[in-house]
Design a protein around this ligand. Sequence first.
Ligand code: IFM
Length: 441
Amino acid sequence: MPSASFHFPKGFLWGTATAAHQVEGSNTNNNWHRWEQEGHTNGKSGLACDWWGGRWKEDFDRAAETGQNAHRLSVEWSRIQPAPDRWDEDALERYRSMLRGLRERGITPMVTLHHFTDPLWLAEMGAWETEAVVPLFEKFVRKVVEALKEYCSLWCTVNEPNVYAAGGYLSDTFPPGKKNVRLAMSVLANLARGHAAAYRAIHALQPEARAGYAWHYRPMVPARPWSPLDRLVRNIQYNGLNITFPSAVSTGVMRTPFGRVRIPEAKGTQDFLGINYYSVDTVAFDLRVPGELFGRRFYPKDADLSDSGFNVNTPEGLFDSLRWATRLYPDLPLIVTENGIECADDHIRPRYLAQHIHQMWRGVNFNWPVKGYFHWSLVDNFEWERGWTQRFGLWGLDVETQARLRRPSVDLYAAICKENGLTSGMVEKYCPEVYEKLFPE
Ligand code: IFM
């Protein structure tokens, strides 16, 4: 058997990613809490991983002990600004302790300023449906950056604006559960305006900061490449999901299926691009799904599927995502801000991890400026409308007892972080079933 190792550049960030509502618990003043109480989710976030109660300490210990040198977390707007005219200094102090806690453990923090949740008072105003949100978000960002800049200089303005807009305004999986394509596009445009305002505010307060947004990039392939209809619906869906916001940041004009929206202030507002990559979709023309513009998205039957079939293990898609990013934004640093799979018994995660890191390494060897990798996630967390039915953690969580369960992937990821790379020995030990794929004779 051939042996080899795939190393990464010095200073590479190896971490995990989380988001406030998914891990903190007892988070009751936002639109997702209300959505849960209204019965739209598969279970409730409840105590989640109880980070608000202080269990972040033990989880950060786990991250540090297993070689992680970075962690991406988000701050909860509704805690920091519980009402339009009120700031909660204690909440900010708690986030300061968490970031200090990361620093003390040798872990570089990345802070996300908006990760899906909106304060109830903002939701009452229509949240991101109107431009009124932009100065409000900017004010919030200024408050947070002032308070946290002592410990953080790596900022993610908004997380997955496309998923936020699609979940809340195309499907009814996210609040407010409206189905209105034009509104979805306005929401995206306002998120781009908010991102631009946040980017400038961050730099005004902290010139050395690096700020970017995290984009859910979704490669898609036509089910039958020879079929013009499959190719057509694939292109419509692909452009609708992937091109909008990134085009605004690249050119100042957002390309949407309904035309172009000028957002000149967004042009060039990024120091890195965050890529959240999970799976590749197959798209087929299908008259039975008019709501999805006659494009049915699915995974092939023989695919390497996650527990509930929510993800598929298609590692080349990460390479394609990085290539897409380097073409859209030449020379811009890239960070994989999320990548992971839901799998409670960990039978897929080790190979998913190894194969994706191998694809990222391929990208590095094309001299693409990939600077870090954040696995989703450190510990099982509340998965939005899917509740606790999907387990993305390196560590499992018993929601009743708060006990953590160490999955085998913890040790594989620890070995990767400590080695700053992936070796054939690791693959042989943790996922021998893909050895030949990664190290062919
Ligand atoms: O849990 C989510 C996260 O909040 C955003 N990106 C995808 C993850 C897995 O579903």
